[in-house]
Design a protein around this ligand. Structure first.
Ligand SMILES: C[S@@+](CC[C@H](N)C(=O)[O-])C[C@H]1O[C@@H](n2cnc3c(N)ncnc32)[C@H](O)[C@@H]1O
Ligand code: SF4
Length: 440
């Protein structure tokens, strides 16, 4: 699709420009603006096994490191509270937040003490969906998101998930067995993996529906340039030309049971909860190593080094390491356009109230592009909604925004100390004996 290729190029350029690149010596984030709604994101960067495709900030799990990390995370949360922030929701992402259950519950409890949190979301891996996890998190987490990626044993092996997280059958049983244990259970899947065929994709969708889960997110395989090269050398090149076709297959195959809840999330309940916090909140604060914040129209990044993070917190500073250029007015309008449409609907009157001009005039090229590509379904005086093509174009935009963050992560990882880089090595099981501690 020509529109997809044009959009990929534009989004790549834009996301590079605004992502937090410049080093900063700021000790603290700026304080809150009272008119804005904020979400708190807490990052837990430890996993028992490192999946081949994953570009998120994650290290191989070591209990000593993880315990000391959780202490720092809670300290940084207190710093954010002292700046005067309040949050309607907490999202604990990873890595694998459930890797140390007692630390996770203390962290959620502290957030509830400090802020008026209405809703907690957390991510987990299928091997953690145990009765103990469910019992401890049942009343604390409203929305649990579990990474399955695929039920296909061949793909799971290529992703290096088969040994640690289970084969297709055990994944199916884990998900089916966890139904009803959280108000919302989302299953993360990945599509357009190099060796994935249409048949594998259809089989995955079929099994997913049989698990009874009430929400699913289908991520297109994303990679910054380094990760894309590494994937090309191991599992093959990512073929973006078939991505739109696969999206169409997913959309149609899910349509008898699910409704789109965002461009890549499908839910059984209309308006079901979604994890895309950028849709529901004006801005967000990220705490933890490698977490990004978007505040006052600017992106800030915390250090990717566990050592530096721990040192910053011990000396009373937040973990800040980088800052992006402030979004100018036009970039803020574009950000609103993308985030609202990613959530499937844009309120034109609200846009005009907030920016002082109609969206069609303010973003002439963007709206004309979406119209020409057949992306809008409703396009009247009050709102834009999306066709399937429109939703796919939003997937492309979000894929490129997130791939831009992956690039930042690749660069940050290259700057880690040799000891910390050891924790990024694939193929080492965390249950193997640990080397000497890297962070005190
Ligand atoms: C960062 S993980 C954290 C949760 C948990 N560790 C897991 O594996 O599900 C959240 C989800 O991001 C998605 N993901 C990770 N790397 C990805 C990539 N390179 N492309 C597309 N999706 C990816 C996977 O679906 C994964 O489940
Ligand atoms: S379990 Fe795999 S996909 Fe999830 S964060 Fe860890 S490395 Fe990434």
């Amino acid at each position: 699709m020509i529109a997809e290729r044009a959009l990929t190029a534009v989004m790549r350029r834009l996301s590079r420009r605004y992502i937090a690149h410049e080093p900063t010596d700021m000790d603290m984030l700026p304080g809150p603006a009272h008119s804005k709604r904020y979400l708190l994101y807490a990052h837990v960067p430890f996993c028992e096994r490192l999946c081949t495709y994953c570009s998120f900030n994650r290290f191989l799990y070591r209990e000593d490191l993880a315990r000391s990390y959780f202490l720092s995370l809670r300290e940084e949360m207190r710093m954010v509270a002292s700046l005067g922030y309040d949050f309607g929701a907490l999202y604990v992402g990873g890595g694998t937040p459930t890797i140390l259950l007692d630390e996770l519950t203390q962290t959620i409890d502290l957030a509830n003490e400090l802020f008026d949190i209405g809703e907690v979301s957390a991510e987990t891996s299928p091997n953690h969906l145990t009765p103990e996890v469910v019992e401890r998190l049942g009343g604390r987490v409203q929305r649990m998101s579990v990474g399955v990626q695929s039920f296909d044993d061949r793909l799971l092996r290529v992703m290096d998930r088969y040994e640690k997280y289970g084969n297709g059958q055990s994944l199916f049983e884990a998900i089916a067995g966890a139904q009803g244990m959280f108000p919302s259970l989302n299953v993360d899947m990945i599509f357009n993996f190099p060796s994935q065929t249409e048949r594998m994709l259809l089989a995955d969708i079929d099994l997913l529906k049989q698990t009874g889960c009430n929400q699913t997110t289908f991520y297109p395989l994303m990679a910054g340039p380094n990760a894309a090269r590494a994937l090309a050398d191991t599992v093959g090149r990512i073929d973006f030309t078939r991505e739109g076709e696969y999206y169409g297959i997913i959309d149609e195959a899910l349509s008898d049971a699910f409704e789109p809840a965002s461009a890549w999330t499908f839910s059984k309940e209309k308006g079901g909860m979604i994890d895309e916090y950028i849709v529901d909140y004006d801005e967000y604060i990220g705490i933890g190593s490698g977490a990004l914040s978007f505040v006052g129209g600017r992106v800030y990044g915390n250090t990717f080094s566990l050592q530096e993070y721990s040192e910053a917190i011990l000396s009373g500073r937040m973990g800040l390491a980088t800052a992006g250029q402030p979004y100018e007015r036009r970039a803020l309008m574009r950000y609103r356009f993308v985030t609202d449409l990613f959530g499937l609907r844009m309120d034109k009157r609200k846009f005009e109230r907030d920016f002082g001009e109609p969206v069609e005039r303010a973003l002439r090229i963007e709206t004309a592009f979406m119209r020409a590509a057949g992306g809008f379904d409703r396009d009247d005086d009050t709102e834009f909604t999306l066709t399937q093509t429109g939703r796919y174009l939003l997937v492309v935009m979000m894929r490129e925004m997130l791939s831009g963050s992956n690039e930042l992560r690749d660069e940050a990882r290259a700057a880690l100390s040799p000891e910390e880089r050891m924790l990024l090595l694939d193929g080492i099981d965390a249950s193997e004996p640990a080397a000497a501690p890297v962070v005190a």
